[in-house]
Design a binder for this molecule. Structure first.
Ligand code: UT7
Length: 330
């Protein structure tokens, strides 16, 4: 039995930079090749935000589209949540910059930092605000400008990441048969150094030395994250399904974080589910961290594949370590 839901996504949007970086382009920059990148990751190209634009620019574009599709005026928003690890500044939050641009002056605003699980965390927070009766309209943005934190001399990371933004408007629902059913949020800080930016924070402030040692770029232990991901994605899916006494085959769509096509394929084959149930954008966009799931959701809606009444699970994992999922009836 699915319990009544009372928060639904009423509008989605996405924004991508125009500049495309292909695997062939990367062959000119580091010791890599198209065949390695495609076979090990599934990535063929990614987007890079042009100089002069920032996280808030991409967030604003995605947010305006989601608001317009939801038919919500920014002035009606109660809260703005921006999930990102690549904000415009350490402070203030990108959500505050976005709030001013949207002139959403009634809304509170905060950023949520939960690695690539950021959108799942932010969507769960939005749901709780609505479920508790505190708020009725919340804007959630998942956005990353990872190309600005990528070491373009490190082939083990620079081939993986891309820029992008996805946004959703979450509203208190009048219909009880649709919306967010449940969520699960997890972390294990013992893995903090498996994916991190060594310098530029209070632990090791930026200095000439940290910059010349390239310590303000992302460092990742890809193998360990891969093993962790395969384990937690499946556990999270079963935890969500348990909440509704459901089976994997009852899910109409499973939107997984896009970190590696091999992770998605592994889960799909293990669960013996058809590829149509697993949206993919990593081939075109690379790993856009907090943005992979809201962009995929928007793409599926625009393509008419995600339909009212569908049972949808979303699962992500990433830096922190963090992982989690949301189950909803679309
Ligand atoms: O969003 C959440 C966080 N991120 C992730 O979830 C990423 C999870 N991890 C992964 O997706 C994979 O571990 C990677 C795609 C990052 C790496 O794939 P892998 O199959 O684990 O490769 P590897 O790191 O074990 O490297 C295999 C070989 C190495 O060479 P040797 O030592 O075997 O000679 C690497 O030096 O591939 C080499 N290599 C490359 N070769 C060509 C590493 N990067 C590249 C490259 N081009 N770009």
């Amino acid at each position: 039995m699915i319990k009544p839901c009372n928060s639904i996504i009423t509008g989605t949007g996405a924004a991508l930079p125009d500049q495309v970086i292909t695997n062939r382009d990367l062959e000119e920059m580091v010791e890599t090749n198209n065949e390695w990148i495609v076979s090990r990751t599934g990535i063929r190209e990614r987007r890079k935000l042009e100089a002069g634009l920032s996280n808030a620019d991409l967030s604003e574009r995605a947010a305006r589209e989601a608001l317009s599709r939801a038919g919500v005026d920014p002035a009606e928003l109660d809260m703005i949540l921006v999930a990102t690890v690549t904000p415009d500044h350490h402070t203030p939050s990108t959500s505050c910059i976005l709030q001013a641009r949207l002139e959403a002056f009634k809304a509170g605003a905060m950023d949520i930092s939960a690695g690539c699980t950021g959108f799942i965390y932010a969507l769960s927070v939005a749901h709780q605000f609505i479920y508790s009766g505190a708020y009725r309209k919340v804007l959630v943005v998942g956005v990353e400008i990872l190309t600005r934190f990528t070491d373009w001399e490190d082939r083990s990371t620079c081939v993986l990441f891309g820029d992008g933004a996805g946004a959703v408007v979450v509203e208190a629902a009048t219909e009880e048969s649709r919306g967010i059913i449940d969520y699960t949020l997890k972390s294990d800080g013992r893995g903090a150094r498996l994916l991190y930016v060594p310098a530029g924070g209070s632990a090791l402030p930026a200095s000439h030395e940290t910059v010349s040692n390239r310590m303000h770029y992302l460092v990742m232990n890809g193998n360990e994250i891969f093993k962790f991901a395969v384990k937690v994605v499946e556990n999270t899916l079963f935890e969500l399904l348990q909440k509704v006494n459901g089976k994997p085959e009852e899910l109409d769509m499973i939107i997984l974080h896009q970190a590696n096509l091999r992770i998605i394929d592994h889960i799909r084959k293990h669960l013996r589910l058809p590829p149509e149930k697993f949206p993919v954008n990593i081939d075109r966009l690379g790993n856009t961290s907090s943005a992979t799931i809201p962009i995929a959701m928007h793409e599926e809606i625009m393509a008419g594949r995600l339909k009212e009444g569908d049972l949808v699970a979303m699962v992500a994992f990433g830096a922190g370590l963090t992982w989690g999922g949301v189950l909803m009836r679309w």
